[in-house]
Design a protein. Structure first.
Length: 203
């Protein structure tokens, strides 16, 4: 009897979550949710900043965890979709990458929010895979689990993020100052969330 009651309670919760769903939000990670760090390897001198290569370098940006909670509270499922070519280059180990994933998840949970899933492409550009943005393999994987989505949003700081968003018919938000043809331009991820929740217009 107890097991049956537990199953019915879980079913009721899942149905409520489905009924309350307003949409799906995808976001890039590095440079949007997490701080970049200075590039010190002379082999990559063409880039001044890079993503974290270890847990000690990981740092979530101010207000991002709380902003994800705001999305959740408003009925949005939140996903991280990120290109991580340093895995293929061997600069980022899978062990350290897993630690960074867990650290981001923990920071968001601590603020009362939830990342439904973090998806990553480890491939290099020249490998021409279907999961590396601006290709949409990872987005399609997520959206295939939804029968009906009222609205889909994509937040990113690079052209690849915005192009991927447009390919799936999402409303796109550019974080930063680089013009990419996005519908909205904002300075920070919390600003992007405010756009989604109707709190402000584009910058």
């Amino acid at each position: 009897m107890f097991l049956l009651m537990l199953l019915l309670k879980n079913l009721e919760r899942r149905l409520k979550e489905r009924n309350d769903l307003r949409g799906v939000v995808f976001s890039d990670r590095d440079g949007v949710l997490c701080n970049l760090v200075p590039e010190t390897d002379p082999k990559f001198a063409d880039k001044s900043m890079r993503s974290a290569l270890s847990l000690s370098e990981f740092q979530i940006k101010d207000g991002c965890a709380e902003a994800i909670r705001r999305l959740n509270d408003a009925g949005y499922d939140f996903f991280v979709v990120s290109n991580q070519p340093e895995l293929s280059r061997g600069r980022l180990s899978r062990e350290e990458h897993l630690k960074i994933i867990e650290a981001l998840d923990w920071e968001v949970k601590r603020a009362g929010g939830r990342i439904k899933e973090q998806l990553y492409c480890p491939h290099l550009h020249e490998e021409q895979c279907q999961c590396r943005k601006p290709m949409i393999g990872l987005f399609v994987k997520v959206l295939s689990h939804y029968e009906n989505v009222i609205r889909t949003w994509v937040i990113g700081d690079k052209n690849a993020d915005i192009l991927a968003g447009k390919k799936i018919g999402a409303v796109t938000i550019q974080v930063g100052n680089v013009s990419s043809g996005a519908e909205y331009f904002v300075k920070t991820f919390p600003d992007a969330v405010s756009v989604i929740l109707g709190g402000r217009s584009s910058s």
